[in-house]
Design a protein around this ligand. Structure first.
Ligand code: ATP
Ligand code: MG
Length: 760
């Protein structure tokens, strides 16, 4: 066999090889999906190591998800054919920044064992602060503040740097002050939130140039994947690290970082630099530019709504003078038809760099587009196609369903449970595990079985009704002593004077409500009952009043839950089904279909990809349709492009003629993106799950219109026609999907309720 070097380099094309072997100076690989960008990064690490240019600990490699980091580690070990001694710093921005922060925690007023707060902790803390400031949490919800703070953190803004106008939008002008006291409280609690991992790390570097220099000299090579989706904080952090270590004074003639003179006039960017800092710690272009290699694709920038700045990639050459820009044009992932469909679709965007992509792969199967009567038929159709693939010997691991909005998953999960098809949800909780669904189910469980203590405890104070921990503790003591369920204990306790009058009244009210619901259950259909319960308990209202970014998505999920109950005869049957679904936690290595949002699918690939829900108002989402300007729509189109380019051999698009959006049945219009696909690479097929083309006779005219539009697409943009046909009723009602919070919600932590990948 050849030397180790030849082995891992073999098979790379000329440009890839160039990107791997150009170790000195800044390198930008700007290339389309499936061209081997990630593979180049991994190979580059192998090359650096086998050339002895750096030890593992001197390499910093940033991936988009923890999963991607794990995969990179595995591939690296394979390439080198041996275990590497020590490991590169390989992980997400947050995990690496967190690791650095821990080693120097005391310099930013933390201890090295600081805790990282999850979203719930964060909200609880903010609520306390709101209380202390006498700010009405109903009018100014803590979640909204959390969204604002995250947005600021994503932009690298410390409290003192938040533009006053922005700080004023919350709590009658108290937003900035609250942010400041939140940061103070975190220090007292020896805690950091997700955004702090980066922000405090940046502060550490700024305030302690010696520490920064230490890392600047440690990291001889920096590699970044998915560079198009870095936000300002990540960008600042990278710039600090990628600067050649110097004695601390800037060099004459070194260009000022473009970020400071940013032509977009964003005060945020300027404010992100501390006054007096000058070029000392931010100047990036020293005499010996760092060996930094970033790879990305402007056509796959899909996190703009969360603060990512595609401009970062566009100004790379400016930020890193002398950068070598390498383009990769051969796609190794997809068949010709799939690539043609994806490439053609994205040409409808205006703001792009543009690039050529070719494949030497076979033509393969055309992209199929299938119309279904409704979302249920869509799920049935996809279920059948999957079973057919399975019969042909396709492993389930090679099959993925990529949805636009997380609520779409529910129907598939139910279908898979019915079929007994193993599946896993990537990047987020499964539908029935979402917090709001568990809350709603808890109410129903208590109605179904008063002895369900866990359920009762879950909702006793949700929404808030003055029954805090102390009350619950007291009920527990009671229950334990008498060996009775919590609910029984509550019933007994309200007859005594053990509780303060207010709590007692509140608890009594709750008990009476449950008793009434139980009686109603005998005469009311269970779906209706569920609606009544969520209304009367104040649970729905809690989310309606919540102004946070994900509240609308949660309300959608609740509606979807009620919809899912329709398929069952009664409450008991439904809850039994749920317990089965919940029980089915497959092993990690099980052969299973993957279910995830389009956002979570970035960087991944599957032989067979199903893309359901291509309808106006869902994909592109209603929010982007209502928005002024093309930016949102173009991001949706990039998302469609990402979806299609995940497929290696088969891409199967579905749309439903009827879908329940936000609780009401709507006749939908096929997505404009369908009109934007090239007719030659697309095949219209018949839904396997339904009654067929001529069957029920219920197919709306839009379906046939759509068929015709494939031939005629490009003269009259299909979306204009679609626009004209849009029912007026679908206007402003949209509240956004879960993956798509308001502009304020720059929540990076994927641990929250968004559909994005975890652990970024
Ligand atoms: P994305 O933009 O979707 O993240 P990417 O540019 O990172 O895509 P990779 O995931 O690195 O692309 O590569 C896509 C697929 O092509 C992978 O299966 C990879 O192993 C394969 N591949 C890349 N380069 C080559 C090559 N030179 N020869 C054979 N296969 C290759
Ligand atoms: Mg990649």
């Amino acid at each position: 066999a050849a030397s180790g070097g030849a082995r891992y380099l073999a098979g790379l094309n000329t440009e890839q090889r160039d990107a791997v072997e150009t170790l000195d100076g800044p390198v930008l690989v700007l290339a389309g999906a499936g061209t081997g960008k990630t593979r180049v990064l991994t190979t580059r690490i192998a090359h650096i190591l086998s050339q002895g240019r750096a030890r593992p600990g001197e390499i910093l490699s940033v991936t988009f998800t923890n999963k991607a980091a794990r995969e990179m580690k595995t591939r690296l070990a394979e390439m080198l054919g041996q275990a590497v001694e020590g490991m590169p710093w390989l992980g997400t921005f947050h995990s690496i920044a967190g690791r650095i922060l821990r080693s120097h925690a005391e310099l930013v007023q933390l201890k090295s064992n600081f805790t990282v707060l999850d979203v719930d902790d964060q909200i609880r803390l903010l609520k306390q602060l709101l209380q202390a400031e006498n700010i009405d949490d109903k009018r100014w919800p803590a979640r909204m503040l959390a969204g604002l703070i995250d947005g600021w953190k994503n932009r690298g803004l410390m409290p003192s740097q938040v533009p006053p106008g922005e700080a004023a939008v919350f709590g009658n002008g108290k937003g900035g002050k609250l942010y400041a006291s939140y940061q103070e409280r975190l220090k007292i609690l020896n805690a950091a939130d997700f955004g702090d991992l980066l922000l405090e790390n940046i502060r550490l570097f700024r305030e302690h140039p010696d520490v920064l220099r230490q890392y600047q000299s440690r990291f001889k090579f920096i590699l970044v994947d998915e560079y198009q989706d870095t936000n300002v904080a990540q960008y600042l952090w990278l710039r600090l690290l990628s600067q050649a270590p110097s004695s601390g004074s800037s060099l004459p003639g070194s260009p000022r970082p473009s970020i400071a003179s940013s032509e977009d006039g964003s005060p945020a960017l300027d404010a992100a630099r501390r006054p007096g800092d000058d070029d000392k710690s931010v100047a990036v272009a020293g005499p010996a530019p760092k060996n930094i290699c970033c790879v990305g694709d402007d056509d796959q920038s899909i996190y703009g709504w969360r603060g990512a700045e595609v401009d970062n990639i566009l100004r790379f050459e400016h930020d890193f003078p002398g950068a070598k820009v390498i383009r990769l044009e051969r796609n190794y992932r997809s068949t010709a038809h799939i690539l043609a469909a994806a490439s053609h679709l994205i040409t409808h965007n205006e703001g792009r760099l543009g690039k050529t992509l070719r494949t030497e792969d076979v033509e393969g199967e055309k992209v199929t587009v299938t119309g279904a009567w409704d979302s249920e038929e869509e799920a049935r159709g996809i279920g059948e196609e999957i079973e057919e693939l399975q019969r042909k010997g396709e492993p389930l691991n090679d099959i993925a369903i990529l949805v636009r909005a997380s609520y779409q998953m529910r129907e598939f999960e139910d279908r898979f449970v019915t079929l007994g098809l193993p599946y896993r949800v990537i990047g987020g909780p499964r539908f029935y595990e979402r917090a709001e669904i568990r809350d709603a189910l808890a109410y129903l469980r208590v109605i179904n079985s008063p002895a369900d203590d866990l359920a009762f405890e879950r909702i006793i104070n949700v929404p808030k009704r003055g029954l805090g921990d102390a009350t619950v503790q007291m009920l527990h003591d009671h229950a334990r002593k008498r060996r009775i369920p919590l609910f029984e204990a509550a019933r007994a306790v309200v007859e005594t004077d053990e509780l303060k009058p207010k709590a007692r009244g509140s608890l009594r009210g709750l008990i009476l409500q449950f008793e009434r619901w139980r009686t109603q259950r005998e005469v009311t259909p269970h779906t209706e009952l569920a609606e009544i319960v969520l209304d009367e308990s104040g649970y729905t209202e809690m989310w309606q009043k919540d102004r946070s970014a994900d509240a609308a998505g949660r309300l959608d999920n609740l509606k979807e839950l009620i919809r899912s109950m329709e398929e069952f005869e009664n409450l008991h049957g439904f809850l039994e089904h749920i317990s089965l679904v919940m029980d089915r936690e497959g092993a990690a290595d099980e052969d299973a279909v993957s279910l995830m949002t389009l956002h979570s699918a970035k960087g991944l690939e599957f032989d067979n990809v199903f893309l359901p829900g291509w309808e106006e108002g869902l994909f592109p989402s209603q929010r982007t349709l209502d928005e002024q300007g093309r930016a949102g729509l173009e991001e949706e189109r990039r998302l469609a492009h990402v979806g299609l380019t995940r497929a290696r051999r088969r891409a199967k698009i579905y749309f439903a003629t009827n879908r329940r959006i936000h609780g009401t049945w709507t006749t939908t219009i096929p997505s404009r993106f369908l009109d934007e696909l090239p007719a030659d690479s697309v095949e219209i097929t018949e839904s396997k799950g339904g009654s067929g083309w001529g069957g029920a006779g219920g197919y709306g005219p839009s379906r046939f219109d759509n068929v015709e539009s494939f031939g005629s697409s490009y003269s009259t943009p299909g979306w204009q026609r679609a626009q004209a046909r849009r029912p007026a009723s679908r206007g402003a009602s949209e509240g956004g999907f879960q993956e798509e919070p308001s502009p304020f919600a720059g929540r990076d932590p994927f641990g929250g309720s968004f559909g994005g990948p975890f652990g970024r």
